[in-house]
Design a protein around this ligand. Structure first.
Ligand code: COA
Length: 444
């Protein structure tokens, strides 16, 4: 049975922060650190009436309308987020509460709903569970909805500030999918780490440099585990390699390590030996630090070779184009990378049917997961329906004072009275708090 992603919709926060133009001068940083060092240009941020519920519900509503779905067609709804505001009531019931304002009260009453947490990897985990639920044949012919929704804000002045973002991705999981079939083999790399956490706080506590190392270590373990299950990964085995993209240059770091792994003990390693030497092997060194330094130097040199650059431009660069304009959407980030890859192919008339994607997800704390996906026949039709580029073009361009002001409303613990900068238009909006402290929503 083929099971996978049948439809995707994306909802971006309606505000835009120009990173090199507006943020860099205020932080006293070189704009090129953002554009060249991190690979970022713009962040999507939520307006005062937006939050994880409105963005998730708006993405889900678009998806349901476009796919002509009734609530009764869906009997499993998982919302992945690391920006939740309640330790008991799940975001999923807030979102179905919104959707029932359109479809009618009680229409989702037989859907199994939950909220998923594992930093940025939890939407991938929810997709995996939804696929297995269908493969097990206990879905009674119904489909699953996986929604990732996050507002990724850091403390003002934090090194993570230029990587911020906000948005939601809604994914419909079913048999005989239109977009991608998800293969069964999965590789994992997990460890107890403290690279990024939110110990009952709105803003994260981050060791950014460490999080890069942990990301790459777990991704390597996941790749090795994947190969044990699915066979060796080769450089030409995948049309695109999509990674969790907290900032675009992170994907390049993952890509060069992945490429190094695929050429080890191959003719390509031999061919490159005259130019950059061979990949250092740990067994050849008595001093581990020296091995690490030489491996790092080899990897840096490999990243400058023509063969890597050509591969990167074709296989990875299309996956990071959207992330440069959206910023980090935490749980949605790897799913935006998939959209970016397919959208680029659709716009440029590239044929992708039956080709494979390698998908590498990561969540701090920490776990990486790698699997492959086969692109389905109707992928192009699904991409033609997306309006993400229009949404990004229509965002309100914040000046720095507006940026500082609108941030206040997105720290759930603060009482802030901030006016929206955009006019809601056929969308769910946050409308205040109820008597039990619950958040209240309307369709505007
Ligand atoms: N022109 C071009 N490149 C520049 C530059 C300039 N003027 N100034 C710096 N750079 C480069 C640096 O060399 C570095 O590149 P490298 O990683 O290839 O070495 C890159 O820009 C970032 O600079 P750095 O000084 O390391 O940035 P930082 O200390 O401000 O922090 C992060 C960067 C990613 C650690 C920070 O944004 C962060 O904490 N992000 C949130 C956590 C995160 O996303 N983790 C990722 C794994 S989940």
């Amino acid at each position: 049975m083929e099971v996978g992603i049948d439809g995707i919709e994306v909802w971006s926060g309606k505000l835009k922060l120009d990173l090199p133009g507006t943020l860099a001068p205020e932080r006293g940083e070189d704009p090129e650190k953002y554009t060249k060092g991190l690979g970022v240009k713009e962040s999507s941020l939520p307006d005062a009436h937006e939050d994880i519920v409105t963005m998730g519900a708006n993405a889900a509503l678009r998806l349901m309308k476009r796919k002509d779905l009734e609530p009764e067609d869906i009997s499993r709804i998982d919302v992945a987020t690391e920006t939740s505001f309640d330790n008991s009531k799940p975001v999923s019931t807030y979102i179905t509460g919104c959707l029932e304002k359109v479809y009618g009260r009680g229409r989702f009453k037989n859907a199994n709903q939950g909220e998923r947490k594992f930093a940025c990897i939890s939407a991938t985990q929810a997709i995996e569970d939804a696929c297995n639920w269908i493969r097990a044949g206990v879905n009674n012919g119904k489909k699953a909805l996986v929604i990732s929704s996050d507002v990724a804000l850091y403390e003002r002045g934090d090194p993570g500030e230029p990587t911020q973002g906000a948005g939601a991705v809604a994914l419909l999981i079913s048999k005989d999918p239109n977009v991608v079939e998800i293969e069964k083999e999965q590789g994992y790399g997990a460890a107890d780490e403290t690279d990024f956490l939110k110990p009952y706080s709105y803003f994260p506590s981050v060791d950014g440099k460490r999080s890069i190392e942990v990301y790459l270590d777990r991704m390597r373990e996941a790749l090795e585990d994947y190969e044990r299950k699915a066979g060796r990964v080769t450089k030409d085995g995948f049309a695109r390699a999509t990674f969790h993209t907290p900032f675009p240059k992170m994907s390049r770091k993952a890509a060069v390590l992945g490429f190094r792994h695929t050429i080890k003990d191959t003719e390509i390693e031999e061919e490159l030996a005259g130019q950059i030497g061979k990949i250092p092997r740990e067994d050849d060194y008595e001093n581990y630090k020296q091995f690490e330094e030489e491996l790092e130097e080899y990897t840096n040199n490999l990243g400058e070779t023509e063969i890597f650059r050509d591969w990167y431009e074709q296989v990875v660069e299309p996956t990071i184009q959207l992330a440069a304009l959206t910023g980090n959407w935490y749980t949605g980030s790897v799913h935006i990378a998939r959209v970016s890859a397919l959208l680029e192919a659709q716009k440029n008339g590239k044929e992708m049917e039956d080709k494979s994607l390698l998908v590498g997800s990561y969540g701090s704390g920490a776990q990486a997961e790698i699997h492959s996906e086969r692109i389905c026949k109707k992928w192009k039709n699904e991409m033609e329906e997306l309006n993400i580029e229009e949404m990004l073009d229509n965002r309100y361009d914040l000046d720095f004072d507006e940026y500082k002001e609108v941030r206040k409303v997105h720290n759930y613990s603060e009482e802030a009275d901030v006016e929206s900068l955009t006019e809601p238009n056929d969308e769910f909006v946050f409308a205040g708090h109820g008597s039990m402290g619950e958040r209240v929503y309307e369709f505007a």
